[in-house]
Design a protein around this ligand. Structure first.
Ligand code: NDP
Ligand SMILES: O=C1O[C@H](COP(=O)(O)O)[C@@H](O)[C@H](O)[C@H]1O
Length: 595
C-alpha cells in the first residue's frame, strides 16, 4: 500500500453520492445554469460533478431530497422544468451519505507549487491560478503554497507573484481588487526537496490553513526532473492528505527514453497510485487541440473523409522564432525530438488519428490514443532529418547560434530542428504519411495541423489549375497558435464572365468569431487536476507507447553521431525537410503562397 491516502477519496465510496466533489455543491448553490445531454445511472463510475468551468458538466441535481442524475453538456440551456433545481442543496442525511468532502463548508483544496521560485511557476502556474480565481473557477476554500529552497517570506512571494500577474485578464474589471484577494491566499514555505522534515513543516502549515476541513491536496512539481522522485517521496510521506485526495502534477520531461521513463514511473509508483499522477502535456490544454475531437466527432461532414480514402497526408508543424536562450542547459540533454515531437506533436497525432472513443470519459479516450500509438510503424532513421541553428546577421542585428550559448558544449550535435515521416499501420491510415516538423530559431512562431486531401478524380477543372494539381487540393488547417483558427482551402470561381479558378479559405478565425479571450492551457489543466478530470493528462501506458516509438531512432541518431544540417537563425530550417517530404510526394503546407 502506498503512503498516500485514497487517490480519489471523493469517488471511492460505493455511495451514489460519492462521485461529487465539494466544488459541485459550491456551484450548485451558486445556481449555475446546466443543461441535459443524456441520462446517467448514478452508480456509474462516470458520474461525477464538474464545475461550470469544465468542458463536460455531468451534474447531479437534487430533487426533493432524492437524487436525480442528469449528464449535461455545456452549451445547452437548462430545460424549463429543471430550472431552480440546481439551487437545491442535499438534505443533511444525504450529506452524511456523500461524505463530508461534499459539503462545501467542510472541504478545502490546497495547491502547493513545488519549485515556486522558478521560471514556469512565475510564467505560467501562478498566472493560471489567478485567472481561475478571477473566473470564479476555484473552490470556495483554497490555499496556495509556494515551496522552494530560496528564502522568501509570504510577502516576498506575493510580490514576486504580483509581478507576473500581468496576465491576459489584467485589463479587466476589478482586477486589482481580485488580485489582492488572490494574493492573500498565497503563502510560502522554504525547504529542501529531499527533506521530510521540511515537508512536515509544510504539512503543519497546510493543516492550519485547512482549519479542520477535509483536506484535498494538489502538488505541482515545477522542478527539474532529477528531483521529482525526492519531492514526491517527501510530499507523500510527510504532507499528503489524511482524509481527502492527494494528487501530483508532474511536468515533462518524463524521462529521456523508454528505460528512464519506466524507471521514473516505477519510482513515482512507490509513493503514488497511477490515479494520483497527472502527467502534464500543456499542448493538450490548448483550445484548438481540445477542439480537435469536437471537430472530428460532432461534424458529420468530416467523418467520411477522415481516413486514407480521402486524406493524402497530415502535417504537424511546430516552429518558434526564438532559440533556446536561457534553457540551453536543459535543452542540450533532450533536443527537439524529445522536447516537442515525442510529446506535444505525438499527442496531437493520437487525437487526430484515434478511433471514436466509447465515450468522453478519460479512460475511453486514453484507450483509443494508446491503440493508435501502438499501431505506429517504427520510425526509420532515413525518415528523420535533424538540424541545428547557427548564428546569423540580418539587418544589422546578429543572432546567436545554438552552441554560442555558454551552457551548451561547443561540439554539441543536439538537434534544434527535426522533421520526420511517421506511419500508422492500421486500416484507417494505411500508407498515409504523417509528417512532423519542429524547430527553434525559425522564421516564425506557429503550431498547426495541416490535412491535405486527395486530388479530385477526373476533375473537370483540371486544365484551369495548370500543371500544379497540388494547388487545387483541399486542405484543412487547424492553427493552434498564434491567431487560433480552423480554415479550409476550397476552390471557387473568380467572379466575372470568364472561368478563372481561385483557391480561397473558409475561415473560422477565433478572434473574429469570439470576443472572449482564450484561456491559457495551464488554466484548463490545473482546473482539471483539481476536479480529478484525467482526460487531458498522459496515462503511463500512453507514455510507454510514445517512448517505444521514438527511443530506437533517438538511440540510432545518437550512436551514429548524426551531424545536424545547420540552418541560419531566423530561416525556414534545413532543406532536408523538403527532400523528406518530397519522398512521400508531399509539399509542406506552411511554405509558399498558400501558407
Ligand atoms: N520553463 C518552461 O517554459 C517549461 C518548463 N517545463 C518543465 O517544468 C519544470 C520547471 O521548469 P522551470 O521553472 O523552467 O525550472 P527552473 O530551472 O526554473 O527550476 C525551478 C526551481 O527548481 C529549483 N531548482 C533548479 N535547479 C535545481 C537543482 N539542480 N536542484 C534543486 N533544485 C533546483 C529552483 O528553486 P530553488 O533554488 O528556490 O529551490 C528553481 O527556481 C521542469 O521540469 C521543466 O522541464 C516544461 C515546459 C516548459
Ligand atoms: O514544452 C515546451 O513547450 C514550449 C512551447 O510551448 P508554447 O505553449 O509556448 O508553444 C517550448 O518553448 C519548450 O521548449 C518546450 O519545453
Amino acid at each position: 500500500m502506498n503512503a498516500l491516502s485514497s487517490p480519489n477519496h471523493c469517488c471511492s465510496s460505493s455511495s451514489a453520492y460519492a462521485a461529487h466533489s465539494s466544488i459541485g455543491f459550491h456551484q450548485l448553490r451558486k445556481n449555475i445554469p446546466f443543461s441535459v445531454i443524456s441520462q446517467n445511472k448514478f452508480e456509474s463510475k462516470h458520474v461525477s460533478f464538474r464545475s461550470k468551468c469544465s468542458p463536460l458538466s455531468d451534474v447531479v441535481l437534487m430533487q426533493d431530497g432524492a437524487l436525480a442524475t442528469k449528464s449535461v453538456a455545456t452549451n445547452e440551456a437548462l430545460p424549463k422544468k429543471l430550472e431552480g433545481l440546481v439551487t437545491v442543496t442535499p438534505p443533511e442525511e444525504d450529506k452524511e451519505a456523500i461524505g463530508s468532502d461534499a459539503k462545501d463548508d467542510n472541504s478545502t483544496v490546497s495547491i502547493t507549487v513545488v519549485g515556486a521560485s522558478g521560471d514556469l511557476a512565475k510564467k505560467k502556474i501562478f498566472p493560471a491560478l489567478f485567472a481561475l480565481y478571477y473566473e470564479d473557477c476555484l473552490p470556495e476554500h483554497f490555499t496556495i503554497f509556494g515551496y522552494a529552497r530560496s528564502k522568501m517570506t509570504d510577502a516576498e512571494l506575493r510580490n514576486m507573484v504580483s509581478r507576473t500577474l500581468t496576465c491576459r485578464i489584467d485589463k479587466r474589471e476589478n482586477c486589482d481588487e481580485k488580485m489582492e484577494q488572490f494574493l492573500k491566499r498565497c503563502f510560502y514555505h522554504s525547504g529542501q526537496y529531499d527533506s521530510q522534515d521540511n515537508f512536515m513543516e509544510l504539512n503543519r502549515k497546510l493543516k492550519e490553513h485547512e482549519g479542520g476541513r477535509v483536506s484535498n491536496r494538489l502538488f505541482y512539481l515545477s522542478i527539474p526532473p532529477n528531483i521529482f522522485v525526492d519531492a514526491v517521496k517527501c510530499a507523500s510521506l510527510s504532507a499528503s492528505s489524511v482524509n481527502g485526495w492527494t494528487r501530483v502534477i508532474v511536468e515533462k520531461p518524463f524521462g529521456r527514453d523508454s528505460e528512464s521513463s519506466a524507471a521514473l514511473t516505477s519510482s513515482l509508483k512507490q509513493y503514488l497510485e497511477e490515479e494520483q499522477i497527472f502527467r502534464i502535456d500543456h499542448y493538450l490544454g490548448k483550445e484548438l487541440v481540445e477542439n480537435l475531437s469536437v471537430l472530428r466527432f460532432s461534424n458529420l461532414m468530416f467523418q467520411p473523409l477522415w481516413s486514407r480514402n480521402y486524406i493524402r497526408n497530415v502535417q504537424l508543424i511546430f516552429s518558434e522564432d526564438f532559440g533556446t536562450e536561457g534553457r540551453g542547459g536543459y535543452f542540450d540533454h533532450y533536443g527537439i525530438i524529445r522536447d516537442i515531437m515525442q510529446n506535444h506533436l505525438l499527442q496531437i497525432l493520437a487525437l487526430f488519428a484515434m478511433e471514436t472513443p466509447v465515450s468522453l470519459d478519460a479512460e475511453d479516450i486514453r484507450n483509443e490514443k494508446v491503440k493508435v500509438l501502438r499501431s505506429m510503424r517504427p520510425i526509420r532513421i532515413d525518415d528523420v532529418v535533424v538540424g541545428q541553428y547557427k548564428s546569423h546577421t540580418r539587418g544589422g542585428n546578429s543572432y546567436p547560434g545554438y552552441t554560442d550559448d555558454k551552457t551548451v558544449p561547443k561540439d554539441s550535435l543536439t538537434p534544434t530542428f527535426a522533421a520526420a515521416a511517421l506511419f500508422i499501420d492500421n486500416a484507417r491510415w494505411d500508407g498515409v504519411p504523417f509528417l512532423m516538423k519542429a524547430g527553434k530559431a525559425l522564421h516564425d512562431r506557429r503550431a498547426e495541423i495541416r490535412v491535405q486531401f486527395r486530388h479530385v478524380p477526373g476533375n473537370l477543372y483540371n486544365r484551369n489549375f495548370g500543371t500544379d494539381l497540388d494547388r487545387a487540393t483541399n486542405e484543412l488547417v487547424i492553427r493552434v497558435q498564434p491567431d487560433e483558427a480552423i480554415y479550409i482551402k476550397i476552390n471557387n470561381k473568380v467572379p466575372g464572365l470568364g472561368m478563372r479558378l481561385d483557391s480561397s479559405n473558409l475561415n473560422l478565425l477565433y478572434k473574429a468569431r469570439y470576443s472572449k479571450e482564450i484561456p491559457d492551457a495551464y488554466e484548463r489543466l490545473l482546473l482539471d487536476a483539481i476536479e480529478g478530470e484525467r482526460r487531458l493528462f498522459i496515462r503511463s501506458d500512453e507514455l510507454d507507447a510514445a517512448w517505444s516509438l521514438f527511443t530506437p531512432v533517438l538511440k540510432e541518431l545518437e550512436e551514429k553521431k548524426m551531424i545536424p544540417e545547420y540552418y541560419p537563425y531566423g530561416s525556414r530550417g534545413p532543406v532536408g525537410a523538403h527532400y523528406l517530404a518530397a519522398r512521400y510526394n508531399v509539399k509542406w503546407g506552411d511554405v509558399g503562397v498558400d501558407e
